[in-house]
Design a protein around this ligand. Structure first.
Ligand code: XMP
Length: 323
């Protein structure tokens, strides 16, 4: 019979057999899948696993700390954190086009990750032969069921490593659906904030600022986003909505009034949606009092924001994200 206990036991045994005395690496994104995959592999092979987390500076408030502190505390995993905020900000300077932003973030991410990988490989110890990936059953079906190896081109020739690194894949979640992955994560003792996390795009807040991405704007959006999340959680709405992007219209200003003075600030967009699979979505009919609390708090607490607007577009025609 299917129990999370059986799944874990089975996978732990299989991973131990597969890896032997070699080493494995795993990239953590802060998302559910990579976290549960890493926790499972950690349970199986302990310090033979090293995780890499690239902090691109585009995460939401508290998310990096969640990985660095809570995830490590819950699993005992060996973690290499790369603080790459400056590098990403520099690469994104002056760029407003959404596709270009995505390209830049993706490219920089791979470069930073490969650099970290090369450093781990160069460390003393058994050969690093395995790469852990949080592939789920729906991903397997979608891609035609293939598995095996990943070719990773290394542009950084650290310590005379080969130009092309080939890893065997460990994919302990290949037979599982999302809700089962969450159950396994819970059984492995991962914090709720990670296991129940809603989807968040890889390029992070970089694609939730309409306009150029700067540190100042990121900080502002982080504050607004944190308030929205806090109020949605307090209202018990986390399970009812699929996700709620919070978007800063950095290229737009509107006139407002606060205290005795006229303001000329930016709007924040709330984009709460309900969905089954993100392919289609509907805008969530949130209670007015919750919307009101979010709006009041954001305009009071976040500098330079004088207006909060609600996105009432379904997908299609609107996408969930704004960029
Ligand atoms: P859209 O905006 O296309 O989003 O309706 C559908 C779902 O995908 C997420 N999303 C991404 N996830 N990398 C990701 O890992 C990305 O570049 C990316 N873009 C969008 C989005 O948050 C939603 O859940």
């Amino acid at each position: 019979s299917w129990t999370t206990g059986n799944v874990i036991e089975e996978q732990v045994e299989a991973i131990r057999e597969q890896v032997g005395d070699k080493r494995a690496i795993c990239g953590l994104s802060g998302g559910v899948d990579s976290a549960v995959a890493a926790a499972l592999v950690q349970k199986a092979i302990g310090s033979q696993l090293t995780c890499v987390y690239v902090d691109h500076g585009l995460m939401r408030k508290g998310e990096t700390e969640q990985v660095e502190k809570d995830f490590v505390a819950a699993t005992g995993v060996q973690l290499k954190v790369v603080d790459a905020e400056e590098r990403f900000l520099k690469a994104l300077a002056g760029v407003s086009d959404p596709e270009e932003k995505r390209k830049i973030i993706g490219r920089e991410f791979i470069r930073v990750f490969e650099q970290a990988q090369a450093e781990i490989i160069a460390d003393e110890g058994p050969a690093v032969e395995f790469l852990v990936q949080g592939t789920l059953y729906p991903d397997v079906v979608e891609s035609g069921g293939g598995t095996g190896t990943a070719n990773i081109k290394s542009h950084h020739n650290v310590g005379g490593l080969p130009e092309d690194l080939e890893f065997k894949l460990i994919e302990p979640l290949r037979k599982l659906f999302k809700d089962e992955v969450r159950m396994v994560g819970q059984e492995l003792g991962l914090p709720d904030e990670i296991v129940q996390r809603q989807p968040f795009p890889g390029p992070g807040l970089g694609i939730r600022i309409v306009g150029e991405v700067t540190k100042e704007r990121l900080d502002l959006l982080r504050e607004a986003d944190a308030i929205a999340r806090e109020e949605l959680t307090a209202a018990g709405l986390d399970r009812d909505i699929w996700q709620c992007p919070v978007v800063l219209l950095a290229d737009v200003r509107s006139v407002g009034v606060q205290g005795d003075g006229r303001t000329y600030g930016h709007p924040i967009v709330l984009r709460p949606v309900s969905s089954e699979d993100a392919m289609t979505a509907d805008w969530s009919r949130l209670p007015y009092d919750v919307l009101s609390r979010i709006s009041t708090r954001i305009t009071n607490e976040v500098k330079d924001v004088n207006r909060v607007v609600l996105d009432v577009t379904s997908k299609p025609p609107g996408t969930i994200e704004w960029e």
